[in-house]
Write a protein that binds this ligand. Sequence first.
Ligand code: CP
Ligand code: NVA
Length: 329
Amino acid sequence: MHTRLATKDVTRIMDLSPYEIMPLVELGRELKSDIRSYKDHFAQRSLVMLFEKPSLRTRVSFEIGFARMGGHAVYLDHEKLRIGERETIADYSRNLERWCDCIVARTMSHNTITTLAANATIPIINALSDIHHPCQALADYMTLVELGFDCRQHQLAWVGDGNNVCHSLMELMATIGASMIVVTPEGFEPSADIVRDCQARACRTGATLRHTNDVKKISGSFAVYTDTWRSMGQSEKVAKETVFKPYCVTPDIMALAGSGAYFMHCLPAHRGHEVVDAVIDSPCSVVFDQAENRMHIQNALLLNLLTTPTQDSLGKNTTRTLPTTRSRP
Ligand code: CP
Ligand code: NVA
């Protein structure tokens, strides 16, 4: 079933409603099983990818995914010259929307994403910022659904830094009404603003979000999720190894979660730091399923965000119509 997203942009999970997430996952699973009927769907459509930080999974999954649906992606490397340095971010949006149908952006500052979105008539997809990583969280939820995660009875455990990936997973769990326990060292908690937004949404959806510094509290979790202790762009001056060491996901920590708990990581992994080989290479690890699902869920997102713009006599995109997704038989 195809969703018609109410939002123009996906800057964070909170842009999506509780009713939009499951249909997106269902479409992602449909595309994963067979994408052939969409092979020309985005013919003559273009995606521009603005990246201020390195990427393997996000870049490759967006480029290959869009190409498999007939579209064309252009990658702009902004690792040296940041977006907004050569001309304003607003002017960037106003230029790009004349040529392309969607912008996928990975930025140092989340403000760059929201400024691009505020100044473009075309959809902006956040491909990771300092605060959010919504495409990752959607792929992770798709992976959890494949594994049988039931938001009425299962809990997801986060162990490590309260970072961008953690924020997006919290927003997702709050949106679908699930339980999540976030375990971080003291001083590395998730942002208080994000926690407040998540608790407000949890009040409406019945989600349970808890935070602790005590890793023993993860008992009974469906999956244990961790990520790097030092996200891209974070200062190398803050010493983290000592304070984070008790949060390294080892077989003992997996045993605390319970037998049968899955291990999750957005990747890239820093083996021997946030996770040891004996966990990430074990049968309980689903990290490459998560990586694969990035492409399928992003394709679902693109199908539901991209519009057929009608053009006025000057060639300027002036209106948005409903997504041109294939109708189901
Ligand atoms: N998980 C993820 O976003 O990976 P990349 O940084 O390689 O895109
Ligand atoms: N938290 C990590 C995620 C990488 C995909 C970072 O921002 O570097």
